[in-house]
Design a protein around this ligand. Structure first.
Ligand SMILES: Nc1nc2c(c(=O)[nH]1)N[C@H]1C(S)=C(S)[C@@H](COP(=O)(O)OP(=O)(O)OC[C@H]3O[C@@H](n4cnc5c(=O)[nH]c(N)nc54)[C@H](O)[C@@H]3O)O[C@H]1N2
Ligand SMILES: Nc1nc2c(c(=O)[nH]1)N[C@H]1C(S)=C(S)[C@@H](COP(=O)(O)OP(=O)(O)OC[C@H]3O[C@@H](n4cnc5c(=O)[nH]c(N)nc54)[C@H](O)[C@@H]3O)O[C@H]1N2
Ligand SMILES: [Mo]
Length: 750
């Protein structure tokens, strides 16, 4: 078969950022908006009292760079959200659904901001304009026609503000269901569940200040140069203060090798900072084996050196230590090492770094959470920290690096399909109704229920459910079986094309849009990855007068649906401070919300694990026993991870390059070890199909170009969402139900 002539495969660089990052950012802006508009928003981006970057959830330092407190990918997020082009009613009349389906995700995104509410009525070929009032009535009537509130499901993506999220969950519970799946289900759910079980809070424990004080930082399964670029600034600072950094990742990610800080003059012209002191390229999903091997050796060494483990901490602050220790020592060390694919000397180097240090931070991303044993991965990381007494004190602790800019806040506001008893009690107390107590549906469960026609109305507050979810073909079928699908969105995406019998697109404001209500400029609030809550105010004129804010859309859906409601929805949306007053009364940690959020740097939410006051039932942290991954890869099978390129934000594709991996002008690629390429009689650029047969269902994608890459043998990497048709819906993590999109077994053929 012919090769893809447009695709350029080159050697990945030895480091990231520098002047090139600034050049690329400027090009992205030039393509999408005027420099005047860009300047207006960028000078306020992530500044105190400014606009929170809609991109990732990395926190802002207390001192903000005057050169600009943002990164290349933040600029791309802004340029994409605030682009001048518009997908208006004329665009929809010129393009049928069938025509739009043929276009790429990149093309769909480049058509511009949505400007008007649009309806796809039964059997129509095009979306056509509908008034807001008619749209709200259609939603209210459709919800009220259901046999039970559980026949509707209400998705949330992590850019939604605290105010919108709080109103949304309140409305959904007043309507009568806990069907509140959200993007966390596909993301850090495993972190939340594992941390809650072991240290009593489903969030990370560290602050930026802790990172600067750490002696050792372990980075598992994360690619910060692309996904949290400003984390590299913090890592550089930590290094300057003496921290050692270890990266544990099957891929050699350039940003974890060397970083030239574009926020400093030195970073622009100098050699940059070496980030990782040690880089362990283990096989996909063998983190538990590595951790067990390390802890095995720590126990052996501690027999003759009592300073290695923190015995006082273990004795006073933890439970189940003996059982854990026995399990670790029951392993065969050599077998563990063998599984990792690493050399024993590399593992010994890691052990040598851990032995003398007590202030250890573990950071992680999707490389740990998106596996069947996602919870085991994270609990095993916690075990290591507990052994060393590395939690609940300065410079030490857990650092799950969250995805969307407010994904953590949405959960705090009650977007949860399995809500806590406390939350339901507070809602009942404050709003005079009994919220449903039965657990609701997660993302995967919602897809199954839609497919079985048990859920008939699907409503999404942001996101791109279809492209983000696993098993694309099955999920398309599931959505198309609904009576009504509703998307509250800023931009056109593939989910709008996988509509139910009727489909609605409701155009929403984004983080950069300015909102004035009754002559008063409104702001919203968000929570970053380290539990700091702060305000965010948009600066730009919204793309059309028809575009509405998320809280107002929720309030109007509630008014059109709920026959009697004790909540005065108009009062709440007349001034967002009124919503915050309700949050203040309902959600723990938000006392005096409106006052405290006036602080330009925001305020910290309570975090027991941070101070060593574990909020578990026993008030102690818990050691756990965790399973190794199921290691039954057949001879011709590969384990495939699905990851992000440098030019995308989840399903939003900014461009076709992945500069830090040497790929230009194409996304349909499969990264492969050169030995595997030879053994399969393939070569650089060969076009292949990837397929599997999980649960006797045939799944296949084709047209992928082979890229020789520094990746362990037997492992592959592809981009999400292109490879999502291969991710089996049923293959999910224990307890958290997170799709296992980092360990998909596949076979390859020409
Ligand atoms: N620009 C940009 N920023 C983003 C996003 C984006 O798409 N674009 N997405 C946002 C969201 S929602 C999220 S959740 C985060 C995602 O941020 P990341 O978690 O950094 O995202 P991934 O690209 O999925 O990369 C996961 C990393 O895990 C590694 N990995 C895969 N399998 C394993 C394994 O078994 N073990 C180990 N140790 N490593 C493994 C991969 O090589 C890769 O480096 O970023 C957020 N920020
Ligand atoms: N195979 C595979 N699948 C994955 C992953 C993976 O690593 N591999 N990662 C998973 C992860 S970590 C996540 S978080 C999910 C992401 O899943 P989602 O959160 O569903 O996806 P996004 O791509 O972030 O959503 C983009 C859309 O959100 C809308 N949008 C953007 N900003 C706003 C806003 O301010 N308001 C509103 N109302 N709408 C807005 C736009 O219309 C845009 O098209 O994907 C998951 N899927
Ligand atoms: Mo995510």
């Amino acid at each position: 078969m012919e090769k893809n002539k447009n695709l350029i495969i080159s050697n990945p660089p030895n480091g990231v950022a520098g002047i090139k990052a600034i050049v690329v950012s400027m090009q992205q802006i030039a393509k999408r908006m005027s420099f005047f508009k860009a300047f207006k928003i960028l000078q306020k981006l992530n500044q105190k009292n400014g606009t929170d970057c809609p991109g990732c959830a990395w926190p802002d330092p207390s001192h903000r760079s005057r050169l600009g407190e943002f990164c290349e990918n933040g600029i791309k997020a802004i340029a994409e959200e605030a682009m001048d082009k518009k997908a208006d009613p004329k665009f929809f009349s010129n393009n049928s659904i069938e025509e739009l389906k043929k276009q790429s995700d990149y093309w769909l995104g480049q058509q511009g901001r949505l400007t008007h509410p649009m309806l796809l009525s039964s059997n129509n070929t095009h979306y056509t304009p509908i008034s807001w009032n008619k749209a709200y009535k259609l939603i209210g009537d459709s919800l009220n026609a259901l046999n039970s509130p559980n026949e509707a499901t209400f998705y949330t993506s992590g850019r939604t503000s605290n105010e919108a999220a709080f109103l949304y969950q309140l409305f959904v519970r007043m309507f009568g269901t806990n069907n509140l799946p959200d993007c966390s289900n596909m993301c850090h759910e495993s972190s939340g569940a594992a941390l809650y079980n072991t240290v009593g809070i489903g969030k990370g424990s560290v602050t930026l200040n802790d990172l600067y004080k750490a002696e050792l930082i372990l980075i598992f399964g994360q690619n910060p140069a692309t996904n949290h670029p400003r984390m590299l600034v913090a890592l550089e600072k930590a290094k300057k203060k003496g921290a050692k950094i270890v990266s544990i990742n099957p891929l050699k990610e350039a940003g974890l090798v060397n970083f030239k800080n574009p926020q400093t003059a030195k970073g622009l012209v100098g050699n940059g900072t070496k980030i990782s002191d040690l880089y362990l390229q283990l096989k996909i999903n063998e983190d538990v084996a590595l951790l067990k091997a390390v802890m095995y050796k720590l126990f052996k060494k501690s027999a003759s050196d009592s300073t290695i483990l923190d015995s006082d901490f273990i004795k006073n602050n933890t439970i189940k230590f003996e059982a854990f220790k026995n399990e670790i020592l029951s392993n065969n060390f050599d077998e563990l090492v063998e599984r990792t694919g690493l050399d024993i000397t590399e593992i010994n180097e890691l052990i040598d770094l851990i032995v003398p240090r007590k202030k250890i931070i573990a950071c992680w991303g999707m490389g740990l959470t998106q596996h069947v044993n996602g919870i085991d991965n994270i609990q095993e990381v916690v075990n290591l920290l507990l052994m060393k007494g590395s939690i609940g004190k300065e410079g030490a602790g857990t650092c799950p690096v969250r995805g969307h800019s407010n994904v953590q806040g949405d959960r705090t506001m009650g977007i949860a399909e399995r809500p806590s008893k406390q939350l339901l009690e507070k809602i009942s107390e404050n709003f005079g109704f009994s919220p449903p107590t039965q657990n609701g549906l997660s993302v995967v469960e919602s897809i199954e229920a839609m497919h079985k026609e048990k859920v008939k109305v699907f409503i999404a507050m942001g996101g791109n459910f279809l492209s983000a979810a696993p098993d694309t073909n099955y999920t398309t079928e599931a959505l198309s079986k609904c009576d009504l699908t509703v998307h509250i969105s800023t931009k056109l995406n593939r989910s709008h094309l996988a509509h139910g019998k009727m489909g609605l697109i409701l155009p929403s404001m984004g983080r950069t849009d300015k909102l004035v209500k009754n002559g008063k400029e409104q702001f919203v609030t968000v929570e970053n990855s380290m539990g700091v809550v702060h305000s965010s105010k948009g600066k730009l004129t919204p793309p059309s007068l028809q575009v509405e804010s998320e809280p107002i859309i929720v309030a109007n859906i509630a008014k059109a649906t709920l026959k009697k409601s004790k909540v005065d929805w108009d009062f709440l949306t007349n001034d967002y401070g009124n919503i915050r007053d309700l949050i203040d009364k309902t959600i723990a940690g938000f006392e005096n919300y409106n006052e405290r959020v006036k602080n330009p740097v925001g305020f910290d939410l309570p975090n027991g694990a941070r101070t060593g006051n574990f909020t578990t039932p026993t008030k102690k942290a818990k050691f756990t026993i965790n399973k190794l991954s199921e290691n039954n890869q057949k001879k011709d099978e590969f384990i495939m991870m699905t990851i992000r390129s440098h030019d995308q934000f989840n399903t939003t594709v900014y461009g076709l390059d992945d500069r830090y991996r040497g790929i230009y002008n194409g996304r349909m690629v499969v990264f492969m070890n050169p030995n595997d390429i030879n053994n399969h009689n393939l070569e650089k650029g060969s076009i292949v199909s990837l397929y599997n047969n999980y649960n006797n269902k045939k799944r296949e994608v084709s047209g992928f170009s082979v890229v020789p890459y520094n990746i362990p043998k037997g492992c592959l990497a592809t981009y999400f969402p292109e490879a999502n048709p291969l991710v089996p819906l049923e293959l999910t993590a224990h307890i958290s139900h997170t799709p296992s999109s980092k360990s998909v077994k596949v076979k390859i053929r020409k």
